[in-house]
Ligand binder design. Sequence first.
Ligand SMILES: Cc1cc2nc3c(=O)[nH]c(=O)nc-3n(C[C@H](O)[C@H](O)[C@H](O)COP(=O)(O)OP(=O)(O)OC[C@H]3O[C@@H](n4cnc5c(N)ncnc54)[C@H](O)[C@@H]3O)c2cc1C
Length: 408
Amino acid sequence: MSARVVIVGAGHAGISTALELREAGFTGPVVVLDQAGHDPYERPPLSKAWLAGAVSTGELAFRAREVYARRRIELRTGVRVDAIDRGSREVVTADGTRLPYDHLVLATGARPRALPVPGAGLAGVHRLHTLTDALALRAALDTARALAIVGGGFIGLEVAAAARKRGVPTTVVEAAPRLMRRVVSEPVSAFYHRLHEDAGCVVRTEAVVAELTGEDGHVTGVRLAGGATVPADMVVAGIGVTPETGLAGAAGLATGDGVLVDEALRTSDPAVFAVGDCARFPLGDAMERLESVQNAADQGRAVAAAVTGDARPYRDVPWFWTDQHGCKLQIAGIATGADEWAVVGSVQERRFTVLCWRRGALVAGESVNRPADHLALRRLIAAKASISPAAARADGFTLKDHARALAG
Ligand SMILES: Cc1cc2nc3c(=O)[nH]c(=O)nc-3n(C[C@H](O)[C@H](O)[C@H](O)COP(=O)(O)OP(=O)(O)OC[C@H]3O[C@@H](n4cnc5c(N)ncnc54)[C@H](O)[C@@H]3O)c2cc1C
């Protein structure tokens, strides 16, 4: 087990792979390369506790630097990988250095989509993906008089919550008919819509951005397709990400909205794996790409197992969370295509869970301030437990009892 593993990307997936290799007993060299010039850090707090000032920048680090050294993980930051030479099994860095590998792990993540409208390059237009973006955004919030957020997904709404907490007048502009449409059920969308409005945020759905207006090179507003303008001296675009597949594609690996991998997370070249936001993998009867810390961390563990000869199909139940205005939403499973749902608990008291079924099978559950439900759901969905909508709607129903029955 002295083969050499090279990992491109020191985000959640890359660092998880490196640490899990050591947990799995891998003794060979592990090298992690990242183009960013600073130590690896957690992204989720950037739009939540860190933006709200509750967590310091130092607290974002995954691990203290010594941990990498102690585990003999060679971390090289400020190093961009420009090419993969699959013939000689080497990666080539921007300064021309060639680094050999036996196993290569692509953990290159994703990059935010730019607003495809005139004015997107004006000063005062922000995005939120890296610590550098976050520092600029937080500084701008200190003096912002009117903030417009384009995109009513997780990132946009988390930023809206933090901005309102600081008293910044905020408008969210969303093209879809409801917030977070891609990832949550209607009742959860409606709940968060009200929550944001109650906090003084203006929410405009079915509002398509035509242009960002500006004066002297600085943004002054967001003009909508119908002609109305939302005045803003600061704009945040949160309209999704594009997987970083450039390296893989140039090396002839199969790609398509992500680096395509099999159940063991191997690309079309068995010496090369892909993990995290950049990987598109088989999940159920579809190919999915997930943007979550859980997916990145668990895929890192799965690759470490494969490299150490213990390959298992990657079938972990996806889960995700967001925090907005003190209401923590935890999602287990994937609700895409759900055709029936039931609400358990009290929406009014801000403690409820929405169960989602697709063709009669329980596929996802969204819990607001009900962490015990979320944990139960992760187990129930993993076990493909059968709970009918009628049973969930009956008096006295609890998810905990079902999860307990599963164990017993
Ligand atoms: C603001 C924000 C909030 C989030 N909140 C949540 C949340 O609440 N819950 C949740 O589950 N997820 C959240 N996410 C998503 C989560 O952070 C990502 O799913 C996760 O970071 C993906 O990890 P990754 O390692 O695949 O990619 P990344 O963390 O993006 O890391 C990829 C790394 O690869 C490096 N890289 C790329 N190309 C090269 C190259 N050619 N050479 C060298 N280095 C390269 C990049 O510099 C980067 O450091 C959030 C993301 C953001 C941005």
